[in-house]
Design a protein around this ligand. Structure first.
Ligand code: NAD
Length: 421
C-alpha cells in the first residue's frame, strides 16, 4: 500500500493524539500541560545517501523523533520499512514515552526510521545505509541523550554498526549508545526474546485475573519476526497450542498445533512461514477470524480495524505490536467483551531489558539470563497489576488505564521539573 493511502486511511499519529486527548481529559490536565504532552520535543528528518553496489547513488528518507525526555534519556527503536512516514514515527515515539512510564523505567520516548525495504539491499548496502543514517543523527543520540534499539527490519547487527559509527566519531568505544546489540559487544542476555517474553508474562497475568483455565489454550499470532516467533516459542514451551501464525506473505494453520521451532527452521530456509509442511496455507487476513483463545498481533500498526474486529473470536488480545488496533475497532472489541492487553503494557518487555542492558553496561557487570528474566517478570507483573487496578477502580478499559498510568507519570515529571527558563 502506498504511503498516501496509509496516511489517508488510518493516520496512526492522529489516532494516538485522539487517545491521548481522552486520557488528558480524564486526568484533568491544564491546557498548557496538554499542549506540552502533544508536541514532540525534537523532529529530525535526514537524507540518507547510499552508494549502491552497482555504483548508483540512492537517497532514502530517515527520521528520528524525540517525543519526551522529562523522565530520562529518550529511548526507542529504529525501523527500516518501505512504508515508514513521519507521522508514524511521531506516534511510535509518543507511545515509547508512555510505555517507559508504564513500566516505571527512567527513560523518555523516541523512535527512528528509514523509508527503505531492507530485503532489497545487500548486506554491504545495509551497512552503508546504517552508518550514514547514524552519522546524520549523531549529534542527537548518545547514552545520556537518546538510545536506539531494534524494531521492524533492524536487528543486533544493525545496532553493532550504529555503535561502531558513533564510537569512531567519539574516539572511544561507547556501547551504551544502543541497546539490543550483540552479546559480544556488551548486549544483555535475554534481550533478543525480551519483547516476546514480556508479552507472555502479561498474558499469564491476564489469564489469572480473568480466571481462565490455562490448559489447552489456542493461540494465533500475526507476524513471525523477532517478537512473534519468540512469543510463540515461549508459549509453546509452556504448553499452549499455537494453531496459526502469519507473516507478510500469508498464514499457516493446523488445528492440532504447530511447533514454532520447526516453523522457524522452515523460515530460515524459505524466507516465509507459508508452505510449511505440517500445516495448511491460509490468507493472511484469515488469521483474525480463527477460533482461538489468545490472539497476538505482532506485525505492524492498524491491523485490527472496524472491518475485521467483529470477526475476532479470541478472549484475550495481547498487543505485542505497537498500535495494532484502531480506535473504531476498540469499541467493537469492548462490546464483545474481549480483554485487551494494550501495546504500551504488553510489549514493554523489550524496552525493559534494554534498560537492564544500559544499566549492565554502565556497571560493566553482566547479569545471568535467569536474573534478567526474573527482573523482567517483576517489572511486567508490577506494571500489569498497576494498570489492572486503575481499570477496576476507574471503570475504564485496559488501554485507557495504561494511558492514565503512563501519561500521569510523565505529567508529574514535567510539573516537577518546570518549564525552562
Ligand atoms: P520483525 O521485523 O522482526 O518482524 C515483523 C514480522 O511481521 C515479520 O514476520 C513480517 O513478515 C510480519 N509482517 C509485516 N507486515 C505484515 C502483515 N501485513 N501481515 C502479517 N505479517 C506482517 O519486527 P519485530 O521486531 O518482531 O516487531 C513486530 C512489532 O512489535 C512491531 O509493531 C514493533 O514495533 C513491535 N515491537 C518490537 C519490539 C522489539 O524489541 N523488536 C519491542 C516492542 C514492540
Amino acid at each position: 500500500m502506498s504511503n498516501s493511502l496509509v496516511e489517508k486511511k488510518n493516520n496512526v499519529w492522529e489516532m494516538t493524539l485522539k487517545r491521548l486527548n481522552g486520557t488528558m481529559s480524564l486526568l484533568n490536565l491544564k491546557p498548557g500541560m496538554k499542549k506540552y504532552l502533544c508536541e514532540p520535543r525534537k523532529i529530525i528528518e535526514v537524507a540518507v545517501t547510499v552508494k549502491m553496489d552497482n555504483g548508483d547513488i540512492n537517497i532514502f528518507k530517515g527520521y528520528r523523533v524525540q517525543h519526551n525526555t522529562n523522565r530520562g534519556p529518550a529511548k526507542g527503536g529504529i525501523r527500516y520499512h518501505q512504508d515508514v512516514y513521519l507521522d508514524e514515527i511521531k506516534a511510535l515515539a509518543m507511545l515509547m514515552t508512555w510505555k517507559c512510564a508504564v513500566a516505571g523505567i527512567p527513560f523518555g520516548g523516541s523512535k527512528g526510521g528509514v523509508k527503505v525495504n531492507p530485503s532489497e539491499l545487500s548486506k554491504r548496502e545495509l551497512e552503508n545505509l546504517t552508518r550514514r543514517y547514524t552519522f546524520e543523527i549523531i549529534q542527537n543520540i548518545g547514552p545520556e541523550k537518546d538510545i536506539p534499539a531494534p524494531d521492524v527490519g533492524t536487528n543486533a547487527q544493525v545496532m553493532a554498526w550504529i555503535m561502531d559509527t558513533y564510537s569512531i566519531d567519539k574516539g572511544y568505544g561507547v556501547p551504551g549508545v544502543v541497546t539490543g546489540k550483540p552479546i559480544a559487544l556488551g548486549g544483555s542476555l535475554g534481550r533478543e526474546e525480551a519483547t516476546g517474553r514480556g508479552c507472555v508474562y502479561s498474558i499469564l497475568s491476564a489469564l489469572k485475573v480473568s480466571n481462565i483455565d490455562t490448559t489447552n489454550l489456542k493461540v494465533v499470532i500475526q507476524g513471525f519476526g523477532n517478537v512473534g516467533s519468540n512469543a510463540a516459542k515461549i508459549l509453546y514451551d509452556l504448553g499452549f497450542k499455537i494453531i496459526a501464525v502469519s507473516d507478510v506473505r500469508g498464514g499457516i494453520y493446523n488445528k492440532k498445533g504447530i511447533d514454532p521451532y520447526r516453523v522457524l527452521k522452515h523460515v530460515e530456509k524459505t524466507g516465509s512461514v507459508i508452505n510449511y509442511r505440517e500445516s495448511e496455507n491460509i490468507a493472511g487476513s484469515k488469521i483474525f477470524e480463527l477460533d482461538c483463545d489468545i490472539l497476538i498481533p505482532a506485525a505492524l500498526e492498524n491491523q485490527i480495524t472496524k472491518g475485521n474486529a467483529s470477526k475476532i473470536k479470541a478472549k484475550i488480545i495481547a498487543e505485542a505490536a505497537n498500535a495494532p488496533t484502531t480506535p473504531d475497532a476498540d469499541e467493537i472489541l469492548k462490546d464483545n467483551d474481549i480483554f485487551i492487553i494494550p501495546d504500551i503494557l504488553c510489549n514493554a518487555g523489550g524496552v525493559t531489558v534494554s534498560y537492564f542492558e544500559w544499566v549492565q553496561g554502565r556497571d560493566a557487570y553482566f547479569w545471568s539470563k535467569r536474573k534478567v528474566n526474573l527482573q523482567l517478570r517483576d517489572v511486567m507483573d508490577k506494571a500489569f497489576y498497576e494498570v489492572y487496578d486503575i481499570h477496576k477502580k476507574n471503570k475504564v478499559d485496559m488501554r485507557t488505564a495504561a494511558s492514565i498510568l503512563g501519561v500521569g507519570r510523565v505529567a508529574e515529571a514535567v510539573k516537577l521539573r518546570g518549564i525552562y527558563p
